[in-house]
Ligand binder design. Structure first.
Ligand code: ZN
Length: 176
């Protein structure tokens, strides 16, 4: 069972497999080739959810069934992850490079929801990306004095694995 013998033209290879950690936390997606490597080397095993779904890889001599979900057999020492300090780069990423008041994607600045002059902190739950126009409109006022409204409530970025796990379960179709 060598992945190298697989049909390279197969569209199946375009698909991906969800990798669960040893303690059943969905962690990431890998391509089929990587999944096969993990399975063949014994570092992962098929994970059975409510349905048993497989991608079928065919070559002239062999057919391999690759489960849609695999689980690592070894526990991955969860790397230490700390909430990053507030920075323009992280903030742009969190807010999707969009003004959190009007959705504009240009002339972006950092706005303190509770103005610093009124005691607001430079913390994840008090900073948002805002375009110059909205930031100017807001100035040193509280939100309720401006007529502006936030699209989302600002919060600290999540651990990447936790964020993946959340979206995995949220986007999962209900079992039939
Ligand atoms: Zn704006």
């Amino acid at each position: 069972m060598k992945p190298a013998t697989l049909d390279h033209r197969s569209d199946v290879l375009q698909n991906s497999v969800v990798v669960f950690s040893n303690n059943y936390l969905p962690m990431s997606r890998v391509n089929i080739r990587r999944a096969v490597t993990l399975l063949v080397s014994g570092r992962a095993e098929p994970l059975e959810l409510e349905t048993n779904l497989f991608w079928q890889l065919r070559s002239p001599s062999v057919t391999i069934e690759v489960p849609h979900h695999i689980r690592l057999r070894v526990s991955t020492a969860e790397r230490l992850w700390k909430v990053p300090p507030v920075s323009r780069r992280e903030l742009l990423r969190r807010d999707g490079h969009k003004c959190q008041y009007c959705g504009a994607g240009k002339a972006l600045t950092i706005d303190h929801v509770i103005p610093r002059s009124r005691g607001g902190g430079h913390t994840w739950d008090n900073v948002v990306i805002a375009c110059e126009r909205c930031n100017g409109k807001k100035g040193d006022k509280y939100l309720n004095e401006t007529g502006l409204a936030l699209k989302t409530k600002p919060k600290a970025p999540m651990h990447p694995a936790v964020a993946f796990a959340e979206s995995f379960w949220q986007n999962r179709p209900m079992p039939e």
